[in-house]
Design a protein around this ligand. Structure first.
Ligand code: NA7
Length: 548
């Protein structure tokens, strides 16, 4: 038998393709970065692990997945034409609609011609002789570029729980962040869900509508608050469209890039009646109002925080029929809003259904996954399906799974072993020309993603333009500037109660070895302060950066 030789060289033998800039990730930020870099006249290649655009909205297809941001704030603002063309059908858009929006943008700006899909980057190595990054995909294709923009997404590396026997289960099993593209049917099935974060809460509420029997394995409960979603009629959408400038201005003025601005009063300087009135009003307001629009000391003063926690606990007790279950659903280890608040649409009422069972794994962890189900507290529970809503290796996982090496072959993973060190969360010393979007410590990390993400992208585009215009081939932070920014991030975090709580905000993930020390991953100083700092950096001609 003769073997026909390939007419094409193997990918490994191909010389690297050359571009001016490479972007990793074709989610919301990667797509906009491509548009901005194209405008600079650069040749750009985007590498995307998924089969199409959308990032988070491409991968997270689990039932119930939707925005917790008002749809009309989670939209690109850079093109008035685009704003005029797009209608949202709900105040908090469901995932399929958001993915359609991403596709619409990709079509409108003809983005796909510069995006290489199904291409996960394995390594990115800085070549000091040519001031170029060389990247290699998992299938061995190589590409080189002067600039490397990481649009990896803060929550894009799904994590399975470290429970023995996961591979032994013989039924269906899914991680919410890697949800299949074909519909999953829950009807008549015995389904287990592990995890009750923002994702688990959305999924559980939806699955409970059709499931045969649902068992929720909850480790630590979270404080959830009503989303109060509703459809947007076309007349209302026309009004929203006319108000876009005002909506964006309002988001810009808020700490978190949302439409909700903190109440200027302190919780304990008003009467109990006034407090109750505000809480009630916020509880009935759609979206993150209760998280972002609460008394201004809610997240800095424990006594103030106790007042809202007590209010939400009362709501949970009112909504859950069985008092024993209600107590299990009320967090005891942290106050309201110190971890990401899951937004819910009937979540607590799910536990009033006869076919739903809540098992707390706080005192007694899950023993193991068995071929037929889950062993807990010496009992074997049988299931047809297990859903893992166990979250992500937040902020760091998407970086750590790429072998990133900077000057002198230093690995980013090693440099950040004790926690990220960055300048503005956009660059890190020793890794020239590498820019991060919504990286750890950016203002965008604790913000309505597209609102602050767009600003991140614009900053990066302007920095690249400046570097090119000055004829430089290298840009990285001065060590002192990086040290100062990193210290500032920690100093700001110190006054926030969220920094005293285990969550992905503080880098805790006990499913990953070595990730049990709190390392603040976000920037808690607020979007306006971050924006001001970025503007100062630009105005100083990037004085805190080192060009060569
Ligand atoms: P989260 O918020 O990290 O939640 C993960 C959930 O999974 C949480 O309830 C965890 O309990 C639970 N978990 C994780 N590992 C285990 C093990 N080993 N055993 C039992 N339970 C476990 O992820 P989400 O996907 O919900 O949300 C991530 C972000 O996406 C969210 O904040 C939004 O910004 C969008 P724990 O609390 O650790 O006790």
């Amino acid at each position: 038998m003769s073997v026909e030789l390939s007419k094409h060289p193997t990918p490994q033998a191909e010389p690297p393709r050359r571009y001016d800039a490479i972007v990793i990730g074709a989610g919301i930020n990667g797509m906009y970065q491509l548009i901005r870099l194209r405008e600079l006249g650069l040749s750009v290649r985007v590498f995307e692990a998924g089969g199409d655009v959308g990032g988070t909205w491409y991968w997270n297809r689990y039932p119930g997945c939707r925005f917790d941001s008002e749809s009309y704030t989670y939209i690109y603002s850079f093109s008035r034409e685009l704003l005029d063309e797009w209608d949202w059908s709900e105040h908090f858009s469901p995932q399929p609609e958001t993915l359609r929006y991403c596709n619409y943008v990709a079509d409108k700006f003809d983005l796909r011609k510069d995006i290489q899909f199904n291409s996960r980057i394995r390594s990115a190595v800085f070549d000091e002789t040519g001031d170029q990054w060389e990247l290699e995909t998992e299938d061995g294709r190589r590409a080189r570029a002067r600039y490397l923009v990481m649009a990896l997404g803060p929550l894009s590396a799904p994590v399975m729980p470290n429970i023995a026997g996961i591979d032994e289960f013989e039924g269906e099993s899914y991680h919410t962040g890697l949800w299949p593209h074909q519909p999953v049917d829950f009807r008549g099935k015995r389904v287990a869900v592990i995890g009750t974060g923002a994702t688990g809460v959305q999924l559980i509420t939806e699955v409970a509508k059709t499931v045969g029997h649902l068992t929720v394995f909850q480790r630590r409960p979270n404080w959830c608050s009503p989303l109060r979603n509703r459809p947007i009629a076309s007349a209302e959408m026309r009004q929203i469209r006319a108000r876009y400038p005002e909506i964006f201005a309002r988001c810009m003025a808020s700490e978190g890039g949302f439409m909700h601005v903190a109440d200027p009063r302190k919780a304990l300087e008003v009467s109990a009646e006034e407090r109750e009135a505000l809480f009630e009003q916020l509880y009935n307001t759609p979206g993150f109002a209760i998280w972002m629009g609460n008394f201004r000391d809610t997240f800095t003063d424990r006594a103030a925080n106790d007042t809202i926690s007590e209010f939400i606990a009362r709501k949970i007790r009112e909504r859950v029929n069985d008092p024993r279950l209600a107590e299990l659903l009320i967090p005891k280890d942290h106050g309201f809003g110190m971890r990401r608040v899951p937004m819910e649409s009937g979540y607590y009422e799910v536990y009033n259904q006869d076919n739903v069972k809540l098992i707390s794994t706080l005192e007694t962890p899950i023993e193991r996954i068995t071929p037929r189900g889950i062993r807990h507290g010496g009992t074997d529970h049988e299931f047809d399906m297990i859903v893992y809503a166990t979250g992500f290796d937040a902020m760091l996982g998407s970086y750590n799974r790429i072998d990133i090496r900077g000057i002198g072959g230093q690995r980013l993973k090693d440099r950040w072993a004790e926690g990220p060190r960055t300048f503005l969360g956009i660059q890190t010393a020793g890794f020239p020309n590498m820019m991060m979007l919504i990286g750890p410590h950016t203002g965008a990390s604790f913000c309505n993603m597209p609102r602050c993400g767009e600003e991140n992208v614009d900053f990066v585009a302007d920095l690249i333009r400046y570097t090119e215009a000055q004829g430089y081939t290298r840009v990285q932070p001065k060590p002192q500037a990086e040290a100062q920014w990193t210290a500032h991030v920690y100093k700001v975090a110190e006054r926030l109660l969220i920094s005293q709580t285990d969550s992905w905000f503080t880098g805790i993930n006990r499913n990953i070895p070595g990730r049990d020390k709190r390392v603040f991953l976000l920037y808690g100083g607020g979007a306006p302060r971050y924006r001001e700092k970025c503007a100062q950096v630009v105005a100083s001609n990037y004085d805190e950066l080192e060009f060569a």
